[in-house]
Every structure is written in C-alpha cells, then in structure tokens.
Design a protein around this ligand. Sequence first.
Ligand SMILES: Nc1ncnc2c1ncn2[C@@H]1O[C@H](COP(=O)(O)OP(=O)(O)OP(=O)(O)O)[C@@H](O)[C@H]1O
Length: 350
Amino acid sequence: MTNGTTFYNKYRLMRPIGRGSFGEVWLAQDQAVNHEYAIKVLNAGIGIDQRLREAQVGHAFTHNNLVRVHQADVATDGKVVIAMDYLPDGSITTLANPGNFLPLPTALRTVIDMLQGLEHLHLHNFFHNDVKPQNILRGPQGQAKLADYGIVGISANGAPVQPSSWYVLHAAPETVAGNGIEARTDIFQTGLTLFRLLVGLPALEAKFNTLGDAAYADALAKGSLITRADFPPFIPNAVCRAVMTSVDPDPSKRFQSALDMRRALEKLSFAGHWTVDATGMLCGEDARNTYRFEHTSAAGSNASVSAFKTNRASGRETRISQFTRRNLGNAEANRLADSFVKAVVEGKIG
Ligand SMILES: Nc1ncnc2c1ncn2[C@@H]1O[C@H](COP(=O)(O)OP(=O)(O)OP(=O)(O)O)[C@@H](O)[C@H]1O
C-alpha cells in the first residue's frame, strides 16, 4: 500500500500511522464527504470472518469511550479494510514522560474512562481481551477510548468463552489454564495496564524478558509477579491495592465488574503527584507548588537530602526544612526522600 491508494472509490490513503500484528493503520481522506478516517488494513492470513468481526464489534456500539468503526469491506486481494474514527492524538502512550510513565492523575483518569467503555462492552457480553496501553487512544476531548476489537470474545450469556488468541504479557491465569475469557479477565488486563501506566510502559516486558515465558505465566498465576516493591514510593498504597486487587489470580477476588473497579478508582484523590521532566529529573507538582529534592548517597553518615518547593505564582524557590537533613546513613536518607515524595502526594507539606 502506498500514499494515494484508494479503497471503495473514496478512501484515499494519506500516510501510515501505525502497525500492529495483523496489519497497518493509515490516515485516509474520504473524498466524498471530505472527512478524515483511520483505515485499518488487515492482511490475509486469518479468516475473513474473524477479521470482519473486529469491524462488526466496532460498528455495533456507539460510546464516548469506544473507538467507532464506520465501514468495512473485503478488498479484491482478500485484505479486510476497516474505516474508523481517526484520533489524531494517537494512543495514551504518547503521554508518557521521559521516565516512561504517566503522572498519577492522568493514569487514573485514563483507566476510569476506559472502564466506562468496558462497562458498555460487558453489558452486551462482549469481552475485549486486548486491554493494553497501545489500545487506548486519546479522544477529541482528551477522553480515553478503547480500540482494537481484533480478539474480542462474544458470549451468549456472560459465561466464559474461548478467545481466538491473547496478548501474552497480559494473559490472565484462567486464560492460560484453558478456561477462556470473561468480564473479569478484562479487569485483570486493566490492572496490568494501570500498573504499566503508573510504573513504566516497558515494566512488564522487562519482567517477561528476565523470567521467560513459563516463569512469567507462573508468577502471574501465583500472584507474585507484582508486589508493593515494584511501585515507586510516590504511588499511594490505595492505588497499589487497586492494581493488586485487579490482578489477583483468583477472578472471585478481583473487582467483580468494570463498574466496581471504576467506582473504586473514582474514590481515589490526591493533592499532588510526581513526574519526570525533560532533563530526567523527578519533579513533584500540586496546585500551588512544584517540588524537587537532592539526594546524595555516601558511605558512613555522610548522606544527605535537601527538599525544595517553588511557588507557581511567584516562581520563588524555598528549602523545606522538615525534609532537609545532612549527616545521615544511606538507609535513613532513603527513608527521608521517600517520606518527602509521599508527603507531596498526600498534601502534607506545610
Ligand atoms: N483510529 C485510530 N486513530 C489513530 N490512530 C490509530 C487508530 N487506530 C490505531 N491507531 C494507531 O495505530 C497503531 C496500530 O494499531 P493496531 O490496532 O493495528 O495495532 P496495535 O494495537 O498497536 O497492535 P496489535 O494489533 O498487535 O494488538 C496503534 O498503536 C495506534 O497508535
């Protein structure tokens, strides 16, 4: 496919915007109504029915948090061509900072939005089965929209169904054990997605590469893949608990629905958060100030921590004496730095 290729006599391809395992996504212009669409071209290889199902699911639902499919057809060479809403801002992975994670409020907002899309799918006994950061796109009002219905499972009554395939990094224990997918499988995948947004988009891939396929699946099945120690200190305990509940190997111990999970996340609210700036430095933010700290490790009792805040309105930086100390042991200095980042998130800086 090249720029200028035209499908259905009206969708003229403008430029490639992404590539997945099953095909390519292009920006296209509908020349009849002069409107931009994203055109997904699914290569032959998997059955036409399965490829068209992606389009049928995307066309069946109109929801603010689901990407809408408008039209689909089979081209003469057997390719399936799907025209969907074009979301110029791409996936939420573009919001990652240089530390490769999303600031806490953005990560929570994204998942809350996306869960509303899932609620709608689950209401109709559709299980998405491919919840991951790359499949959450940014809508025109900044809302998150769930995309990619390529491996959706459709159940007659909400009972588990066997998926056509699954994404290994997010494979729930019940799926690996051969018990298929259900609504709570999407909760599991949402938990892993939230983990990656908060801790680092490549965080699971790193674990997978270290452990290997079998040990990774085993750790997910034992509930030992993710522990509190995986989260940086600026992620509050309540948020970690929400992730751990979502990824419990036993579906009956997870949030029981997308609505339950959304309500739990909506209750979480924090005064501040931390991000990584263009220089790679960790910086805290709340409504009034930005925060930074200098942490020097040294042998003996020579470690130190200096914490600072800058008033957004005046631009004036002041030292925060409560979290500034010299002549500390390394462990003590680590604890002080951790308590500073937590205090910013919890709004406990004087
Ligand atoms: N409707 C759209 N508007 C704008 N960009 C899109 C749209 N749909 C997909 N994309 C972009 O194209 C990329 C490829 O999408 P696609 O669904 O083919 O694959 P994927 O989800 O990244 O991977 P896989 O198919 O392996 O799950 C996405 O990551 C996204 O950045």
